[in-house]
Design a protein around this ligand. Structure first.
Ligand code: SAH
Length: 276
């Protein structure tokens, strides 16, 4: 019986605080997978990452002046894009002080600091806003780091107004996994500081318990699959300088990790929109 790996909040903070220069170097202003709309879509990795944000923007349905909560804001790329595209006001949270500082710097540099701001907060704890403070929320690849997704979804549900929407992406499992696939997923989670993944049925129960109901479920593993070979190619392109900067061992470990993702396929990835 395998003991499942569970990251602590401190592990996730340290991971992002320390890995930020490397992440920014490889991924730029997004800390999520790329999304390719079709096989003919010849977007670069950076463009495909922005496309995932756009697919979220198409669903979150906000207008100028809406107040949006960005749960797990990364370095602020998605929030700035949302604000510029829709005119919404966005407040982002992250447990990583280094990321929050970088995200606020980006908002100033992009001239949207009056519209977009970021602060340190843990989504699994009481959020610093009264009930019904936001018209919408999104959580792009952030719930995956939270072992207590139930608590985070309850908090998001609390601060969302009635009729508001939450759009999220997360890894999940379709069927119970065993054997080689389980070993692959455990390795993936350890390398990425991910909490255990839920079965879809479990996810729906968590949403119900948070007073949220499903409006759309998209299985998008296929659309994001190119992320891993593309990221691996980028890592190899800059390997010598990355090794000099971050250590040959760390870069070799990341390369092996990405090779495994390419060889055996990454875990299932979904995009969900829910309402309150
Ligand atoms: N949504 C961003 C970043 C994704 S990376 C993007 O798409 O670019 C995951 C983010 O979730 C990081 O910013 C990390 O600090 C944040 N995070 C992880 N655990 C969290 C928690 N418990 N509460 C709030 N943010 C958290």
């Amino acid at each position: 019986m395998t003991v499942q790996y569970v990251p602590t909040t401190a592990d996730v903070v340290r991971f992002y605080d320390e890995a930020l220069p490397l992440i920014s170097r490889l991924a730029g202003h997004n800390v999520h997978v790329g999304y390719w709309r079709s096989d003919d879509d010849d977007s670069t990795l950076q463009q495909a990452m922005d496309t995932l944000t756009d697919v979220m923007i198409e669903r979150i349905s906000v207008t100028a002046g809406s107040r949006v909560l960005d749960v797990g804001c990364g370095v602020g790329g998605p929030a700035v894009r949302l604000a510029k595209t829709t005119g919404a006001h966005v407040v982002g949270i992250s447990t990583s002080p280094v990321m929050v500082a970088e995200a606020n710097r980006r908002a100033r540099a992009e001239n949207v600091a009056g519209q977009v701001s970021f602060l340190v907060a843990d989504a699994m704890e009481e959020l610093p806003w009264p009930a019904e403070s936001f018209d919408a929320a999104w959580a792009i690849e952030s719930l995956v780091h939270m072992p207590d997704r139930a608590a985070a979804l309850r908090q998001i549900g609390r601060v969302l107004r009635l009729g508001g929407r939450l759009t999220l992406t997360d890894f999940y499992e379709w069927t119970p996994v065993t054997g080689d696939r389980l070993a692959m997923i455990e390795d993936f989670r350890r390398m990425s500081f991910n909490a255990p993944f839920h079965r879809l049925e479990e996810y729906l129960s968590l949403l119900r318990a948070a007073g949220l109901y499903l409006t759309e479920f998209l299985e998008i593993s296929q659309q994001v699959a190119r992320h891993y070979p593309e990221l691996l190619a980028r890592l190899r392109q800059f390997k010598p300088e990355l090794a000099a900067e971050y250590g040959a061992e760390a870069i070799a470990a990341l390369e092996t990790f990405l090779e495994n993702c390419v060889a055996s396929g990454a875990p299932n990835y979904m995009l969900m929109t829910v309402g309150k």
